[in-house]
Design a protein around this ligand. Structure first.
Ligand code: AMP
Ligand code: MG
Length: 410
């Protein structure tokens, strides 16, 4: 198998490469008001039609003056010729005078320096300024943040709160964004019941539905929740057809192992096409990728921790790229391991870990606890994944890559 290493498994990088190569960014664009644009993906570059700030303005409450009017050494006393609160339009500064000015107010033409009020004594008519002021001090120049005509954000950018503020600061009231991807979610398993119902013998609560719906919506996609799908060909086929007709992508949990109760593979094969990958990832491993009547399909494993990991590591970049986003790969940071793990030769492991600070205030990761694929509690008590790379050991004190959950759930 050319795609795989000597163990017959596909590395996480290889699987990601294949997934990302298949992702077709959506083309449908809609315009939304800025207030509704949080988490959406910009469809066109955005430019500023103004300078920000639009004029030189004061960074301090104080007095605006001409530096040339101040004494080289010693105090300077000047007549106060005008008062300029924020929002006022100043008159030109009369030479040899000072203007009372407040933070954010426009600096009057002719003034080149603002002295902060802590360095001044003043009454109604005059201000006396301490020695040693600096030419040009305390003025925020026009266009300091953004110049007229400059590009402020690029297409493919996912809008965060500060981006909305940035767009507002240049006067943009609505933005072109890609239509939100609709992701259909099917949870397979005859053993599943919904929380809120009694738990008969042999059953477990359906947790994947909530984990995955949460991950889907946290990334800004629309979730078409199709609930529990029974382990039989008819139910699976019906649910897949509905998903294919209504959604941009289909996501399933469970039923992609090779047991006779696993119907997803056979049904997707019948209605479309499917590759079953054995990914070198732990927790995880079986990952199915294909299409149902032309709608992309991703089959995640069934175990709750495997679902959480494989969505975050494999499905998330694929979906974000399909949504038109450009920052679909998360960036790991380097932290100090506070634990040891022997060489893990076969599968790259995503260890649920907690960030803690050591005595010097440096970021360290300690294991959150049980790493079994069926254990979800450590995904909740952890704050991210330590990546235990293929074929490497981790020794206490080593620098290891850490992916914060905050970088995976956005
Ligand atoms: P499967 O791949 O369908 O054999 O599922 C693997 C394991 O994950 C089994 O122990 C299932 O009971 C469990 N599992 C599958 N789906 C869910 C779900 N929606 N919520 C919680 N556990 C699940
Ligand atoms: Mg199952």
């Amino acid at each position: 198998m050319s795609c795989c290493d000597q163990t017959g498994l596909m590395t996480v990088e290889q699987a990601l490469e294949k997934l990302l190569a298949a992702a077709r960014p959506t083309a449908e664009i809609e315009t939304v008001p800025l207030m509704s644009a949080l988490g959406r993906v910009l469809a066109m570059d955005q430019y500023s039609s103004v300078d920000v700030p639009p004029a030189d303005n004061s960074a301090m409450d104080g007095f605006a003056l001409r530096f040339a009017d101040t004494a080289v050494d010693g105090e300077t006393t000047l007549v106060i010729s005008q008062r300029i609160p924020a929002g006022a339009v100043p008159e030109a500064l009369q030479p040899g005078t000072a203007a009372r000015i407040f933070t954010g107010a426009e600096v009057p033409p002719g003034a080149d320096t603002v002295v902060m009020q802590e360095q001044c004594r003043w009454d109604e008519e005059r201000v006396t300024i301490a020695a040693g002021i600096k030419s040009g001090a305390n003025i925020r120049p026009r266009g300091q943040d953004i110049k007229e005509g400059a590009s402020v954000l690029h297409a493919g950018h996912r809008l965060k709160p500060q981006d909305l503020g940035l767009l507002a600061s240049v006067g943009i009231a609505s933005v072109p964004v890609f239509r939100r991807l609709k992701v259909a979610l099917l949870c397979t398993g005859d053993e599943l019941v919904e929380p809120g119902e009694a738990l008969p013998p042999g059953y477990i609560y359906n947790s994947n539905r909530y984990t995955l719906a949460g991950q889907i919506t946290a990334l800004g996609f629309e979730c078409l929740d199709l609930g529990i799908v029974a382990d039989n060909a008819d139910a699976t086929e019906q649910a897949l057809l509905k998903a294919a007709a209504e959604a941009d992508c289909i996501l399933t949990s469970g039923g992609v192992s090779v047991g006779e109760e696993d119907h997803v593979k056979a049904c997707v094969d019948k209605l479309g096409s499917l590759d079953l990958w054995r990914m070198a990832i732990k927790p995880g491993k079986p990952l199915a990728f294909g299409q149902v009547q032309g709608t992309p399909f991703i089959g995640l494993p069934g175990n709750p921790a495997s679902v959480f990991v494989t969505f975050a590591i494999a499905a998330r970049p694929y979906l974000l790229k399909s949504q038109g986003a450009t920052d679909y790969l998360p960036v790991a940071v380097s932290v100090t391991a506070r634990f040891s793990r022997p060489n893990s030769p076969k599968r790259q492991e995503y260890l649920r870990a907690r960030l803690v600070l050591d005595e010097q205030g440096r970021a360290c990761a300690e294991l959150a606890g049980n790493q079994s694929s069926g254990v979800l509690s450590t995904a909740s008590s952890g704050s991210g994944f330590v990546i235990h790379r293929l074929g490497e050991a981790i020794n206490d004190g080593d620098m290891v890559p850490f992916l914060p959950f905050s970088a995976l759930l956005f």
